[in-house]
Design a protein around this ligand. Structure first.
Ligand SMILES: NC(=O)c1ccc[n+]([C@@H]2O[C@H](COP(=O)([O-])OP(=O)(O)OC[C@H]3O[C@@H](n4cnc5c(N)ncnc54)[C@H](OP(=O)(O)O)[C@@H]3O)[C@@H](O)[C@H]2O)c1
Length: 328
């Protein structure tokens, strides 16, 4: 597929592969993550990404940037991009799990994004936090103020969003295998996607095998293991883009370590959504469809596994639905 920037009429990219969801819809294998991107930075980056050929945008109520994402989308729609050309994901935050809060949260995201449907709506995390607009309701002792609502109660209301045509597909995020089993057994609509942290230091090999068998698409968040300042050092992990093995492989292919990390997941049919960065990096991250990692490259990267989890939702660690007690 050739992707043309409608404004400049320049052909931006060669091939942008997609995966098929269990709903039959196509989801691009590469997208733009928007966490921590606020206001003008977010608006500019989404516009830049769309111009470069990105057709998957990942946002969430929690990121507090849906209006900026929407501003960029609406502007692109007025210059020729069609709604059906873009795949938009948003997420239901932990404070919105109460059955009465699900529909209003989805409607608010749609309103802020300026859309009349979402391509995918994810439950952001399996643990419900106390209701309200305090997104991180931690008690003084550092524990999250959780709500006694099981994720299946929330899921059943999310199913109604599909029935109402507000979302084309629903899915989950950071669910372990046992939790996915529960949704598959007790739900009416199966999750199309499980979005989880996944990069060469946290390959999620067991979870990927399970999801593939169940026709659930895995999406990798933090696909570069956050190389910036807020990144891996705090957990004693090295930077994945400075890993000697990854650097060696990238030299061999004339690519950057970041491109190799993204390509490794894409070759495993895992969707990647690297986070917003300066335009040169947004472009670099998109130039990954003109080379192929060999079987040996793939297994060398698989061998870098070290359970290197960066996103842990620690304040609710003692909650029975905290997902990371089980291997991913
Ligand atoms: N479902 C969830 O719970 C969840 C959790 C976290 C994230 N997410 C989603 O996943 C997306 C990606 O995760 P993330 O942003 O946390 O982590 P990430 O994609 O691993 O790291 C993003 C950071 O990497 C740096 N970077 C980007 N391109 C680069 C390149 N080519 N070379 C070197 N460094 C590069 C930039 O950092 P600097 O500019 O700071 O240097 C950028 O901010 C988020 O934006 C969000 O949409 C979802």
């Amino acid at each position: 597929m050739k992707v043309v920037d409608i404004e400049t009429e320049k052909v931006a990219v060669m091939t942008w592969p997609a995966v098929r969801l269990c709903t039959g819809a196509s989801m691009p294998l590469l997208g733009l993550g928007t966490w921590l991107a606020r206001q003008n930075e977010c608006y500019q980056a989404v516009k830049t990404g769309l111009s470069m050929g990105y057709r998957l945008i990942d946002t969430a109520e929690y990121y507090q940037n849906e209006r900026e994402v929407g501003r960029a989308l609406v502007e692109k729609f007025t210059t020729g991009l069609r709604r059906e050309d873009v795949f938009v994901t948003s997420k239901l935050w932990n404070t919105r799990h109460h059955p009465d809060d699900v529909l209003p949260a989805c409607e608010r995201s749609l309103r802020d994004l300026g859309l009349d449907y979402l391509d995918l709506y994810l439950m952001h995390f399996p643990v419900a936090y106390a209701r309200g607009n305090n997104f991180n309701p931690f008690k003084v002792n550092g524990q999250a103020d959780t709500l006694d609502i099981h994720f299946m109660e929330t899921w059943k209301v999310m199913e109604k969003l599909v029935d109402a045509g507000l979302v084309k597909a629903i899915g989950v995020s950071s669910f372990n295998i046992s939790q996915l089993e529960e949704v598959l057994t007790n739900g009416r609509i199966k999750p199309a996607v499980n979005q989880v942290e996944c990069h060469p230091y946290l390959g999620c090999h067991r979870l990927l095998k399970y999801c593939t068998a169940k026709d659930i698409v895995l999406t990798a968040f933090c696909p570069l293991a956050r190389p910036g300042a807020k990144g891996p050092e705090q957990f004693g992990l090295g930077s994945v883009v400075e890993d000697p093995e990854i650097m060696e492989i990238s030299k061999k292919h004339g690519k950057t370590p970041a491109q190799v990390c993204l390509k490794w997941n894409i070759q495993r049919n895992v969707v990647v959504i690297p986070g917003i960065a300066p335009p040169t990096w947004i472009k670099e991250n998109s130039q990954i469809f003109d080379f192929e990692l060999s079987k040996d490259d793939m297994s060398a990267i698989n061998d870098l596994e070290r359970n290197g989890r960066l996103v842990r939702f620690e304040p609710c660690k003692t909650h029975p639905n905290w997902p990371y007690g089980e291997e991913f």
